[in-house]
Design a protein around this ligand. Sequence first.
Ligand code: TMP
Length: 207
Amino acid sequence: MTKGIFITFEGIEGSGKTTQVNLLAEKFKAEGFKVLKTFEPGDTLAGKKIREILLNSNVPINSLCELLLYFADRVQHVEEVIKPALKEGYIVICDRFTDSTLAYQGFGRGVSIDLIRNLNKMLLGDFMPDFTVLLDLQAEIGLKRNKDINKRDRFEMEDIKFHNKVREGYLQIASIEKERFLVIDAYRPPIEICEEVHRKISLIFGL
Ligand code: TMP
């Protein structure tokens, strides 16, 4: 491959994104592709610092500050990690990207969706994922899965209403961009989900 493929995974807390990123990466690696796994926020040196502020519920930040920090992380991440890997022909698999900002800051916090889309355009131009998998499940179940592993950051502290808005937001975003999105029922067994995602991506991109 001369130019790589940029794949993102999206979903609420506890939807199984990290598991799916790992499974898909292994599958493509086994087929001989160069694969880079990455995530947002926090997969650059600057991003690690930004992540500390973003997820620490003891640091008060307002919604716009939060929004700009997610974009600060993303701009650095795209230039430092994602674009160079794509140029070298990697399949880049990223845990969360701009759709998270639309879902959490837009639909969840109530920041203007137009503002987020305009900022994205100004900062990233036409750069966007080639393909996005949305792992969909009920917020109650996702949160319970996370509570079982004792995760309590800024977003795990939000109430169920917030997470329902995020879930609905994701579904709305996916319904607007049907070509880019694959919506998956995240209750299904992880291996089965991975098989379907892999099949679909291989078909679309002729791998
Ligand atoms: P993680 O738990 O998947 O590492 O993600 C960290 C949190 O950041 C998660 O609760 C979702 C949130 N988030 C946003 O609110 N907006 C964003 O743009 C991104 C990338 C993540």
